[in-house]
Design a protein around this ligand. Structure first.
Ligand code: MBD
Ligand code: FE
Length: 304
């Protein structure tokens, strides 16, 4: 017979690691999109950690502070052995399921981005997230993102200009853009979407002006069937991000802006599970009659 404590521990483990809850929606999430993000992270490492040296003093400071924070939580909340063991199992599941990039980008990246943003000028940005893929199709403005012949979604014409901090045009700026489809799925991470769908690398004109035609994405749901989703559900949180476009805006000699643009009036703008919404990043497209929506958004790049 398990003791009461052991029964509680097992229940906690089951809650965090058990099978998909019967009431979780069948869509719009991909079974293995979190795991695919692990493979992608290993091959791209957008903010490259390659040049990072292991300065012992810095490692000591950060490791001590992190462990200290963990110890404080345990002490303050009187964490029990069964809870400790359930947490251990969950941490193992996140690794085995390949969900660390997903989990960290959803729950931690916003804090790192806020630190970086303190020292930045130019257009405000936000987190990168786990679904960037390099080397997508190269297009010239005006450009239409690759889409399926029957791609669902409200057509969106996204225009703007890239300037420097003096307001001068940045000729030949590049906008690397990626987004979910109208079901909230990303190509390269959800099955059954052609490679490169709704992804493109668009070169602006000699005045830094660009026009990109695409569709409005749907909100994104963190996969509910993995350990990240299990934690979200066990804690009674919701797994949603508001609909967004991702962009990396770059030009030679300038600092690349990593950003996401959201849509006024959309769901989850005020409760993004990834806490990556900023007021400066909300678009308010206008209907132009034929079902298309249009919006203008300019970018300012500081010198690198
Ligand atoms: C996303 O699409 C995303 O943009 C972030 C930040 C985290 C998970 C999925
Ligand atoms: Fe995203």
């Amino acid at each position: 017979m398990p003791t009461a404590d052991e029964a509680v521990a097992q229940a906690a483990v089951d809650t965090l690691t058990g099978p998909t809850a019967p009431d979780s929606p069948a869509s719009p999430t991909a079974v293995d999109s979190g795991a695919s993000a692990s493979a992608s992270f290993r091959s791209t490492d957008q903010y490259s950690s390659a040049g990072l040296t292991a300065d012992a003093a810095r490692v000591d400071t950060l490791a001590r502070a992190l462990l200290g924070a963990v110890h404080s939580v345990i002490t303050e909340h009187e964490v029990t052995y069964p809870e400790f063991q359930a947490a251990k199992k969950w941490l193992m599941d996140v690794g085995e399921g390949g969900e660390w990039p997903l989990f960290l980008d959803v729950f931690v990246e916003h804090a790192v981005e806020a630190v970086a943003a303190k020292h930045q000028e130019g257009t405000v940005g936000t987190i990168l997230g786990p679904y960037y893929l390099p080397d997508q199709v190269q297009l010239s403005s005006p450009a239409t993102l690759p889409a399926r012949p029957d791609e669902a979604g409200t057509p969106l014409a996204f225009r703007g200009q890239v300037t420097d901090t003096t307001g001068a045009p940045v000729p030949g700026a590049v906008l690397d853009i990626w987004q979910a489809d109208e079901q909230g799925y990303y190509s390269g991470f959800a099955p059954d979407i052609p490679a490169g769908n709704l992804r493109g690398v668009v070169t602006a004109d000699e005045q830094g002006c660009f026009e990109i035609r695409t569709i409005q994405p749907a909100p994104y749901q963190v996969p509910t069937d993995g350990p990240t989703g299990a934690l979200i559900s066990a804690a009674g949180w919701h797994p949603w991000r508001p609909a967004h476009l991702h962009l990396l805006v770059s030009a030679p000699g300038r600092r690349t802006v990593t950003t996401q643009l959201y849509f006024a009036g959309g769901e989850y703008l005020d409760s993004d599970v990834a806490e990556a919404v900023k007021p400066e990043l909300v678009l308010d497209p206008t209907d132009v009659g034929d079902g298309t929506r249009e919006v203008t958004y300019d970018f300012v790049l500081e010198n690198a």
